[in-house]
Design a protein. Structure first.
Length: 105
């Protein structure tokens, strides 16, 4: 019984909750970047921030069902994505961001 009382006392005494500060996005990620012609053929023309480039690229991949069926971490390149991926037929989603960064300036 003594154990239950101690547990009840600990539960009753709560510290005031700390207020979470709102996270501000990093300015480097939000800065519009120039896009190469190969990448513009996939996601559209115009300067986009890195975050928007990734969103549009994933939207294209999902729309055209380019994720590998067996290993969902791999992306199969179609004719438009091959130049962006450096001519590779298949890349992992982790390598994708590195290859796409070559098309941003």
């Amino acid at each position: 019984m003594a154990v239950k009382k101690k547990a009840a006392k600990k539960a009753a005494v709560k510290k005031p909750a700390k207020k979470k500060s709102a996270r501000k996005p990093s300015a480097a990620f939000m800065k519009p970047m120039k896009i190469s012609a190969e990448l513009a053929a996939v996601i559209g023309a115009g300067p986009f921030p890195r975050t928007e480039v990734t969103k549009k690229l994933w939207a294209y991949i999902k729309k055209h069902d380019l994720q590998d069926a067996k290993n969902r971490r791999n992306i199969n390149a179609d004719d438009k994505l091959k130049p962006v991926f450096g001519g590779k037929k298949q890349v992992s989603m982790f390598d994708m961001t590195k290859l796409v960064s070559n098309h941003l300036s």
